[in-house]
Design a protein around this ligand. Structure first.
Ligand code: ADP
Ligand code: MG
Length: 559
């Protein structure tokens, strides 16, 4: 039996799922409510876990039990708000959303499928690790993780016939993908050729999205209320949640109309605040400006100008704001394109990527003469499909800089390198008789380790006694096309395999993940999760403590 390729866009605000249908084209899988978009909102009710529309409805009434915008906190130890009084790991909350999407997939396709999940291109290694763990906690069969803009380009490529018809005489296209969602912003320059998608440069902001535009309207309305009544609705959680919902509604209205009204209800008093589009645009001009700065930076990182860009692709619900389209049209000197639905492009592209991975991993099916050919086998896009991503952040190693007498970051893989990439570099030990070596992997652009993310480390222990200072150590970083890293180190003259496990910061064991999976799949009230949350916190804290006892010396980068 053939496994269906499935693509999952696990968004900050909405999630969506696509597959490859019987005609070999991408198609969306609706949720149980019949909608294409599932709000990425989870309610931890006494009756159980509720995901999507119903959870969103409960935001104002049960704010201490509802989690949303969790994707913004991926990579952190816990979700920013307590749920039922507990700080939950973001992975576990994302796993609830993924479990719901899994149910939707299985209702449509049965159990035989393999999925690709998307992440923003700028997601660093800890956030990718967290996403993979969330999928494992949800029991989803995952082929890989792919970058959202790459997926969007694939969907666009499908639309224009770049993927399925190798004979099509289509020239190379350079594209700029501008993705402004609810909580994240991502911009990527890519090149599309028949059967080929190549990212050239990427950047983004994990803390910028429609949410921030909403917040400006919340502030505007709250200030008006305060002026009138002397009380601030933002001080009360329920009033604030209700106001946020009103503010978002007004924002949506302002995309279609010149004026909107925000109704503020607080301490039994009501105020209707009128907002004009122009006023809204003024209050958020700095946010829009931030996206334009990033857009220009990405272009120059790719060594291009807008003259070289044939198409501007809009992805994400917030690109429906007229201010976004206008800014891009001014910047690019051409209107952005709307060929692919901005809500669906990422999930569709992920399904195409899943299909490409399945085609690579399975030999082409032999016709049996009995069964009708299944879509999943025969209608895949060209197996020659080539997808090249770039790294969004530089990867380096924490070393000791002798000249400056301080720790520094030596970059091995610079940002915007084409993936996969493998880089080796020689370092030397620093002290005589050094007993251990720490390969501390850093992600970030700064030369100061404390300004970078400590992604993980590999510790080589029990070196032979009396090892000379200056013993060469070859460190190799292998960065996969999915943005996942593996690390190797060889110590010269030491006859031992040093392909030690790379310990990711905060990575959970298979047992921890299985325990989460079990407890999340069980029925019952929130209290059943409490022991799991506690034991997870303890395990994570214990891991954070492995640090310094073995760190007798650092590697010394030769100048
Ligand atoms: P994500 O990828 O973060 O899940 P989406 O692409 O689903 O996000 O976009 C959600 C955001 O788009 C929300 O902030 C929502 O308010 C905003 N949005 C959706 N439609 C419109 C519209 N017509 N005008 C302005 N903003 C919109
Ligand atoms: Mg999105």
């Amino acid at each position: 039996m053939t496994a269906y390729p499935v693509g999952i866009d696990l968004g900050t605000t909405h999630s969506a799922v696509a597959w490859i249908d019987a005609a070999g084209r991408t198609a969306m899988i609706p949720n149980a409510d019949g909608n294409i978009l599932t709000p990425s909102v989870v309610l931890f009710d006494d009756a159980g876990i509720v995901v999507g529309r119903e959870a969103l409805k409960a935001v104002a009434a049960s704010s201490g039990r509802v989690a949303r915008w969790v994707k913004r906190d991926m990579g952190s130890p816990s979700y920013s708000q307590p749920i039922g009084g507990h700080y939950m790991p973001p992975e576990a909350i994302q796993a609830c959303i993924l479990s719901q999407l899994r149910a939707d997939v299985e209702r449509a396709l049965g159990k035989s499928y393999h999925a690709v999940i998307t992440v923003p291109a700028f997601f660093d290694e800890p956030r990718r690790r967290a996403t993979a763990e969330a999928a494992a906690m949800a029991g989803l069969p995952i082929l890989d993780i792919v970058n959202e803009p790459t997926a969007a380009v694939l969907a666009f490529g499908e639309q224009l016939g770049y993927l399925t018809s190798p004979g099509l005489a289509a020239g190379p296209l350079k594209l700029l993908v501008y993705d402004l969602g609810g909580g994240t912003f991502d911009v990527t320059v890519a090149e599309l050729r028949p059967g080929q998608v190549r990212a050239l440069a990427t950047d983004g902001d994990s803390m910028l999205g429609g949410y921030d535009w909403d917040r400006r309207l919340v502030d505007l309305a709250a200030e008006a209320f305060q002026k009138q009544f002397g009380a601030d609705p933002r001080q009360d959680t329920t009033s604030l949640h209700q106001l946020h919902i009103e503010a978002e509604q007004a924002k949506l209205a302002l995309s279609a109309r010149a004026k909107a009204v925000i109704r503020v209800v607080h301490t039994g008093r009501v105020l209707e605040v009128h907002v004009a589009r122009q006023q809204f645009e003024e209050r958020t001009a700095d946010l829009l400006y931030r996206t334009s700065v990033t857009t220009r930076q990405v272009l120059s990182a790719a060594g291009l100008t807008f003259k070289d860009i044939q198409r501007v692709l809009l992805v994400g619900g917030s690109t429906r704001m007229p201010m976004v389209r206008k800014m891009l049209a001014d910047l690019a000197g051409k209107e952005p394109h709307g060929e692919v639905n901005p809500d669906e492009a990422v999930a569709r592209g992920a399904a195409l990527y899943a299909s490409h991975l399945l085609a690579k991993s399975q030999p082409p099916a032999q016709p049996t003469g009995r069964l009708p050919p299944t879509a999943a086998v025969n209608q895949r896009p060209s197996p020659q499909l080539q997808v090249t991503n770039v790294s969004a952040h530089s990867l380096g190693i924490e070393g000791y800089n002798v000249k400056q007498d301080r720790r520094g970051n030596t970059i091995l893989i610079p940002r915007n390198s084409a993936l996969p990439v493998s880089v080796s570099r020689k370092f030397i030990t620093r002290k005589i008789g050094q007993k251990s070596i720490v390969v501390q992997v850093l992600e970030g652009e700064s030369s100061r380790p404390e300004e970078c993310t400590r992604v993980g480390r590999m510790v080589i222990r029990n070196l032979p006694p009396g090892l000379a200072a200056g013993t060469p150590v070859k460190v190799t970083y292998e960065y996969g096309s999915n943005g996942r890293l593996s690390v190797k180190a060889d110590v010269s003259g030491v006859d031992r395999s040093m392909k030690l496990e790379f310990e990711r910061t905060g990575e959970r064991t298979a047992q921890q993940i299985a325990a989460w999976r079990q407890v999340l799949a069980s029925e019952g009230s929130f209290s059943r999760l409490e022991p799991m949350i506690r034991s997870d916190q303890e395990a994570q804290r214990a891991k954070a403590g492995i640090s310094n006892e073995e760190v007798v010396a650092l590697l010394d980068a030769p100048s």
